[in-house]
Design a protein around this ligand. Structure first.
Ligand code: THG
Length: 369
């Protein structure tokens, strides 16, 4: 295989934690919101087992914030999402599909209500800020839209609760899932949410004060020794088993929230107005023709850098595999596939060709675990 490097430049942004994770042994990066996002620290499987048993600190600064403030900020945020935010509360996070006028997915961020007239949209990999600015200009909204210098570090894994309590005290252990509050460290306040892109539990620290954040980063590793803390990053195996979707991989602008199985976050019956509502009402009435499903494939490894077609027993294309990884739990490859209707039956079998090898697979529900 040919070897190459990705050339660094100002356009490909590092994070305040980059030099630390490079010293700590990051072995690959992906690019997310024009920024470095660590993708591995050595073996994916070792990190997966460690994440499920101990605690990891992740540099997820690439989950950028789009800050929307001002008199019309709530109107603009609501216009962008099909989730009803009319009863949303300050100090809560909301997982919100952002959709366009056709109902096509633009992003699937976590939305934080900071104040009545200030929101953070914690985005997946697409330029939501441009979409927001375009809408605000077109509608003549009185809002300010920026990308503040906020760099999230996530603390994930079952021992995250013990570690965070040791540093921040009892109050942090009492915080509910998707709640957030401000916690003091070395004289500085940090916004911390009970959230994160794993199902192993944990927190996300939205670092605004970089200097204090870096001290906190080091403190997490110092105090974390007794919890067997390690550096980590979103883990491909864990996130697929948990059914956490990755925008740009599992779904994109050609898919709507129903097709992505995000029905829970679609409120077409509410009074609120949002872009694409008419289209979603139609999809809800007439049904959808494709849907994201789990798949299990009898093969012992896979590496996906492009879409792989899935066929039925008559060699008819019935869908495509969008993410996949070998799962030590299931002892086969598990993946997320967009399948055409008639193939959503959980016992449906299919054929797939991976790196020149033919393999058999079956359809299942998401999440796997
Ligand atoms: N945290 C923050 N920002 C993010 C992510 C994150 N931005 C990018 C990306 N991840 C956005 N995508 C997701 C997808 C799923 C979840 C969060 C962000 C998630 N889902 C929970 C679940 O599916 O169980 C809970 C959703 C709910 O029911 O409210 O956590 O991880 N800051």
């Amino acid at each position: 295989m040919k070897k190459f490097n990705i050339a660094k430049s100002r356009r490909l942004r590092s994070t305040p934690y980059s030099s630390r994770i490079e010293d700590q042994g990051v072995t690959s990066y992906t690019i997310y919101n024009h920024m470095l996002l660590p993708a591995s620290f050595g073996s994916l499987e070792d990190s997966y087992h460690h994440l499920k048993e101990h605690v990891q600190v992740w540099d997820v600064a690439a989950e950028r914030q789009v800050e929307i403030s001002g008199k019309d900020s709530s109107k603009l945020v609501q216009l962008m999402t099909c989730r009803d935010l009319s009863k949303s509360k300050i100090g809560r996070c909301y997982y919100c599909p952002i959709i366009d006028e056709n109902g096509g997915m633009i992003n699937d961020p976590v939305v934080l209500k900071i104040k009545e007239d200030k929101w953070w949209i914690s985005i997946a990999d697409s330029d939501v800020i441009l979409f927001a600015k375009g809408l605000a200009i077109g509608k003549g909204f009185n809002v300010k839209i920026t990308e503040p210098d906020v760099n999230i570090m996530a603390v994930q894994g079952p021992k995250s609760f013990g570690l965070m309590e040791k540093i921040f005290g009892k109050k942090i252990a009492e915080m509910k899932f998707f709640g957030f509050d401000y916690f003091e460290f070395g004289g500085d306040k940090h916004l911390i949410a009970r959230s994160g892109w794993s199902k192993q539990g944990g927190y996300e620290i939205y670092v605004e004060n970089t200097k204090s954040g870096l001290q906190l980063y080091d403190k997490l590793f110092e105090d974390g020794k007794e919890f067997n803390v390690k550096p980590g990053c979103p883990n491909l195996i864990e996130r697929i088993e948990s059914g956490l979707l990755s925008y740009g991989n599992d779904m994109d602008n050609s898919d709507n929230p129903y097709e992505c199985g995000l029905d829970k976050y679609v409120n077409i019956d509410s009074n609120v107005d949002f872009l694409g509502k008419e289209e979603l009402i139609k999809y809800n009435k007439n049904g959808i023709k494709k849907k994201l499903m789990g798949v299990k494939i009898d093969i012992d490894n896979i590496s996906i850098s492009e879409t792989i077609k899935i066929f039925d027993s008559n060699n008819k294309a019935i869908g495509e595999l969008r993410s996949g990884v070998y799962s030590p739990h299931f002892k086969k490859v598990i993946g997320i596939a967009m399948l055409k209707d008639l193939n959503w039956d959980k016992s449906s079998k299919f054929k797939i060709n991976i790196n020149g090898k033919s393999a058999n697979g079956t359809v299942c529900d998401l999440p796997f675990i």
